[in-house]
Design a protein around this ligand. Structure first.
Ligand code: PBG
Length: 330
């Protein structure tokens, strides 16, 4: 056995060049997906207070944002909608004239190479803030499925490339696949939020979308954060129902789940570096407590090292800029 002093691992750590040669995980904007919040209007750009640097924009603003992301090498966006009106079933989710659908059409016209993903869920659209139809104080699984399927079809009709169900109803991937195929959209892919935990890390998103549940919480349908084996069952089921790619969400407290998924499945794996993860970095950086660029570089590297193929992250734009101007310290 060869060891010290023959072996010195520091030799390849000495310079930027040697470190670069042996780096095992590389950051690239080609693996980022940027979330965009859209609402009706024009010229609208409202900063979300708990997500500094993230805005609610009107469709024209989303197009401008997507163009800039494209120039930076970010290939994909995921759209979340802020409705004009909420109701108890979330009917604006599947309205062809809603902000998300309108934005998809515009993006497909003016930035055709951009991959457009759309979040399929009802919580932004329901008056009670839950992800499905509420019956007797509980979210009813099977009554929700046709509404999710209808939402996905409406998004596909607008031109969405990838629909991403985030509701955690059982059987929704199958219901969405059947509906897409029946309506003539066999080419539209499904990215399933397969292993999504009931998490406090979604706090800022709920402020952004005004989608916090008005009663109770989401523990009756989102996963218990403690369950690693169950996460594998969720992923296996979604793949068997026809998911083209699966997601682990949140990312940072769940890196072991990403790694397990990578080792068990050959399907593409996404991770969502969620709103609370972003907000914590921004708050600490604003106070001068952490070095933002280095923290972001390390966080994204960690998620890829754990095994994700691509990452949904609010840092997408800035991280892509830092990679482009080589200011990300590596
Ligand atoms: C549901 C949805 C949520 C997020 C993505 N899709 C919120 C939730 O489940 O409460 C959270 C994303 C984030 O926190 O960045 N439509």
């Amino acid at each position: 056995m060869t060891g010290f002093p023959t072996v010195r691992l520091r030799r390849f750590r000495r310079t930027k060049g040697t470190r670069s040669l042996v780096r095992e995980t590389r950051l690239s904007p080609e693996r980022f997906v940027a979330p965009i919040f859209v609402r009706h209007g024009s010229g609208l750009r409202e900063e979300i207070s708990s997500l500094p640097g993230v805005f609610r924009v009107s469709p024209d603003g989303a197009v401008a944002e997507a163009r800039e992301l494209g120039k930076l090498g970010v290939p994909a966006v995921i759209l979340f909608g802020i409705p004009e009106r909420k109701d108890d079933v979330g009917s604006e989710a599947w309205a062809d004239a809603a902000a998300v659908q309108e934005t998809v059409r515009r993006l497909k016209d003016s930035a055709p190479e951009m991959v457009v993903m759309t979040d399929v869920c009802l919580d932004e659209y329901t008056s009670h803030g839950h992800c499905g139809v509420v019956c007797n104080g509980e979210v009813n699984n099977d009554a929700t499925l046709p509404l999710l399927a209808q939402t996905a079809v409406s998004q596909a009709r607008a031109g969405s490339d990838v629909v991403a169900p985030s509701d955690m109803m059982d059987g929704r991937v199958g219901a969405i696949r059947r509906a897409l195929d029946a309506e003539g959209f066999p080419e539209v892919a499904i990215l399933s939020y397969a292993a999504k935990s009931a998490s406090a890390f979604y706090g800022p998103f709920r402020e952004a979308a005004d989608s916090a549940p008005k009663f109770g919480d989401r523990r009756g349908y989102q996963m218990d954060p403690a369950n690693r084996r169950e996460a594998m069952r969720e992923i296996a089921l979604d793949l068997s129902e026809g998911a083209d790619a699966v997601m682990v969400k949140p990312a940072l407290a769940y890196l072991d789940v990403i790694r397990d998924a990578r080792e068990r499945f050959d399907a593409p794996i996404a991770a969502f570096n969620v709103s609370g993860e972003y907000a914590m970095v921004k708050a600490a950086a604003k106070n001068g407590w952490v070095d933002e660029k280095r923290i972001v570089g390390e966080i994204l590297t960690g998620i890829f090292r754990a095994g994700a193929d691509f990452v949904l992250t609010y840092h997408a734009r800035e991280a892509a800029e830092w990679l482009a101007d080589r200011s990300l310290p590596l």
